[in-house]
Design a protein around this ligand. Structure first.
Ligand code: KG4
Ligand code: ZN
Length: 359
């Protein structure tokens, strides 16, 4: 009989503390998708909002406060005694050093106390594999569009741990472009989802904003210039209306600029994703990361891929942004595929900067 493994995962790379319990089969290359038994999440967003962005020291301290209660919550929900856990895993990087140290320290201490092995996981691999927890899990190989707050990358994915970088942002990430534009519009941190909500009421063609690197001939992205264009456009609007601030403009104008900004970001993401699919000849696209929750991006990708008979897979909406489930899942898939083993060496390290294709 195949032995089942219970994997406890801890995510603490930025401003969300996530803990999850996943069950998988031990080694041997099983193709079974691991199952999520329970997960719990605490978002620090409210705490950081007062500062307009994540304050690393406050983030680390809050992870310390949350991680044990969240672990208890998950074990209670799954009706799983601590001693039943087989492997403890954590986000090893990339992310904020102090925040990563909390998850790594707790996971390794727990592993040592229980005498169970531990494993450090790449945060972006967690995002990348998160659609496997959805109702319509993908199959390898596929092209992945990773769009988070810190990264924008196109990867060719041939299996667990087999990632080839096809292109990435040379400056701001797509999530940053959303958040920085939203900040210019006076929206609270992180403004991406708020800007997206306003965009639904606006006209995406109202203002002509640049589509950086759209015709660059490669699969790289650049979003820093777009942010400047949004700033210039908003200043023009404020000056022409004699308004004091962007928020004083008529709401429809605010929504039009939000819609035009979102359309510029989404156009580039869709065009480059289609080029990556054409170049690789693959017929499957996986979208992951916080910006993957964006409804306009999903609609445009569904449309462009539908016309080309390409299947698109997304994570469940609540698993698009950071969470512990994706970290436990990535570890479970690594262990199950036999591509990596957990270790009883509890002298952990973290990797605040860590390219995914270096795995
Ligand atoms: O993947 P994630 O949780 O964080 C990183 O690992 O970096 O992504 C967070 C990012 C933020 O920039 C946030 O504004 C953006 O995802 N985001 C969105 C939406 N929901 C989250 N951006 C646009 N539209 C959304 N609906
Ligand atoms: Zn993330």
């Amino acid at each position: 009989m195949v032995k089942k493994l219970l994997v406890l995962g801890i995510e603490s790379s930025c401003d969300e503390t996530g803990v999850a319990l996943v069950q998988c089969e031990e080694g041997g290359g099983s193709e079974q998708v691991p199952s999520l038994l329970a997960h719990a999440l605490y978002s620090q967003i409210e705490m950081h909002q007062a500062f307009g962005g994540v304050v690393p020291e406050l983030a680390s301290r809050d992870h310390i406060r949350r991680v044990i209660p969240l672990t208890r919550e998950v074990l209670t929900e799954a009706n799983c005694p601590l001693s039943d856990i087989d492997v403890v895993v954590y986000t090893r990087g990339p992310g904020l050093a102090g925040a990563l140290l909390v998850g790594a320290g707790v996971a390794c201490a727990l592993g040592a106390a229980l005498g169970k092995p531990v494993l450090g996981i790449h945060h972006l691999e967690g995002h990348l594999l998160s659609p496997f927890l959805g109702a319509d899990p993908p199959k390898f190989p596929f092209v992945a569009l990773l769009v988070s707050g810190g990264h924008t990358q196109l990867m060719r994915v041939d299996g667990v741990g087999r990632y080839l970088l096809l292109g990435e942002s040379i400056d701001d990430a797509a999530g940053e472009a959303f958040d920085k534009s939203a900040k210019l519009m006076g929206l609270a941190y992180p403004g991406g989802p708020l800007l997206a909500r306003m965009a639904e009421e606006g006209n995406p063609k109202a203002y002509a904003l640049p589509r950086p690197l759209l015709h660059s001939g490669n699969l790289d992205f650049s979003f820093a210039g777009l942010k400047t264009a949004v700033l210039v456009q908003s200043q023009k609007m404020i000056a022409s209306q004699g308004a004091g601030a962007f928020g004083d403009l008529p709401r429809i104008q605010q929504c039009d600029l939000a819609a035009s900004t979102q359309a510029a970001i989404v156009d580039v993401l869709v065009k480059k994703s289609i080029t990556a699919l054409n170049e690789t000849g693959l017929k499957r696209l996986v979208v992951a990361g916080g910006v993957g929750a964006n409804r306009h991006l999903r609609a445009q990708l569904n449309d462009a891929c539908g016309k080309r008979i390409i299947r698109v897979h997304y994570p469940e909406l609540h698993l698009c942004t950071d969470n512990g489930a994706m970290i436990a899942l990535a570890a479970a898939m690594r262990l199950q595929s036999g591509s990596q083993q957990a270790s009883r060496n509890y002298a952990f390290d973290i990797k605040p900067r860590w390219p995914l294709d270096a795995l």
